[in-house]
Design a binder for this molecule. Structure first.
Ligand SMILES: Nc1ncnc2c1ncn2[C@@H]1O[C@H](COP(=O)(O)OP(=O)(O)OP(=O)(O)O)[C@@H](O)[C@H]1O
Ligand SMILES: [Mg+2]
Length: 364
């Protein structure tokens, strides 16, 4: 059975598509049989993996076909990245009225096979609306990958998305793990940093300490068919991007390989090329970034395993989560992003208590 990762957040523009494509790229590079499923009628993921911005302007040969048990899933291979995908359709919203039909359709994803056998990893890019195509994937997924931007708007819905997954979905889909991915941190924003720290401190069980910065060249990397860790020029972010997706793949053990995720064959080459091209140092340890040590989740607030900058490297973009005990926590999850962000952050216990209360009262 495939491991299914659903990238879902009702907030738009947080990086669902960008990060789901990156996860599919890494899974494919690591040798997993990988399928990307574009459930957004905007077709952004379809565009990124084909280079064709109008590819989704059709009802035929799209992911809609998995709603029909008599049809074969119209699997295609990305000419850019090499993994398989089910493309979007502008007509996808027609399936939103029937939740049970969506569940039945998406359950098929666990059983799909390519020419080379069953898929190991299925990545679903969900639309930015609290509709059937955002909710149903959570009921079939192993991992709810929840990208969030560390600003007021980005975090407003975070708590409700986490409690949706833990409160409403988990009692039914007991396999589900929630993994929060902090993306688009603006390096010069102290408020962004305070909110990111607060998310890490409030929800450490669910949050990776690899923070992705808002960088212009993220967009251009995918446009030239490369994951960001292959083009990023600063060591700390290169490592953070790579480690985040590696950790995400590790968060659900893949049956064929257990918990051991192999080193990518070309990681040394990727990193060495980047640095020799810029006359910089080799990657830390002379090779590819190591997988996070110790269990499925890294510990928040601890060593983010982001390399220290060498002399002469960019330092203003190097972000290390604060390691204090939070006495100055200045931004609450979901709070309004007023100019002054004061007040005590919810303690983790408060949040988890609240989540478990919501879980107990969760709807079927
Ligand atoms: N870390 C980043 N740095 C800079 N730009 C980014 C980063 N992550 C995503 N982006 C850009 O932000 C925009 C929104 O990203 P993306 O489309 O992945 O978000 P989304 O959550 O899928 O949006 P939607 O809700 O519309 O589907 C895109 O132009 C993307 O290239
Ligand atoms: Mg998107």
């Amino acid at each position: 059975m495939a491991q299914i990762y659903a990238f879902a957040n009702q907030k738009g523009g947080v990086g669902k598509t960008t990060l789901s494509v990156h996860l599919a790229i890494l899974a494919h590079q690591l040798g997993f049989n990988t399928l990307l499923v574009d459930l957004d009628q905007q077709g952004s993921a379809t565009f990124l993996v084909t280079g064709d911005g109008s590819r989704h302007h059709t009802l035929d040969g799209t992911v809609l076909d998995i709603w029909d048990p008599l049809k074969r899933a119209p699997l295609q291979e990305s000419p850019i990245f090499g993994f398989d995908f089910l493309q979007a359709s502008i007509g996808l919203d027609r399936v939103d009225r029937d939740f049970n039909a969506a569940l039945a359709a998406l359950k098929r994803l666990h059983l799909l096979e390519s020419g080379s056998g069953p898929y190991d990893v299925v990545v679903i890019d969900c639309p930015p609306a609290p509709n059937t195509r955002q909710l149903a994937p959570l009921f079939v997924a192993n991992v709810h990958a929840l990208p969030v931007t560390p600003d007021a708007l980005g975090t407003q819905g975070l708590k409700s998305m986490v409690s949706l997954s833990l409160g409403d979905v988990l009692p039914i889909n007991e396999d589900l793990k929630v993994r929060i991915l902090i993306n688009r941190l603006k390096a010069n924003s102290t408020k962004n940093k305070a909110i990111a720290d607060n998310i890490l401190k409030s929800l450490p069980e669910f949050t990776f300490p690899y923070i992705l910065f808002d960088r212009e060249d993220v967009r251009s990397a995918l446009r030239i068919g490369k994951p960001y860790w292959e083009v990023c020029r600063d060591q700390a972010q290169k490592t953070a991007w790579y480690q985040l997706f590696l950790a995400l793949l590790e968060s659900t053990p893949i049956p064929d390989i257990g918990t051991e995720v192999p080193e990518p064959e070309n990681a040394d080459a990727i990193l060495d090329t980047q640095f020799s091209a810029r006359g910089g140092p080799a990657a830390p340890g002379g090779g590819s970034p190591a997988a996070p040590a110790g269990g499925n989740m890294p510990t928040a607030g601890g060593d983010p395993e982001v390399a220290e900058p060498e002399d002469g490297e960019v330092t203003h973009d190097t972000y290390i989560p604060d390691d204090d005990d939070g006495e100055e926590a200045s931004a609450q999850i979901g709070e309004d992003d007023g100019e002054e962000t004061s007040g005590e952050a919810d303690s983790q216990d408060d949040i988890l208590d609240q989540l478990s209360r919501e879980a107990e009262g969760g709807t079927e």
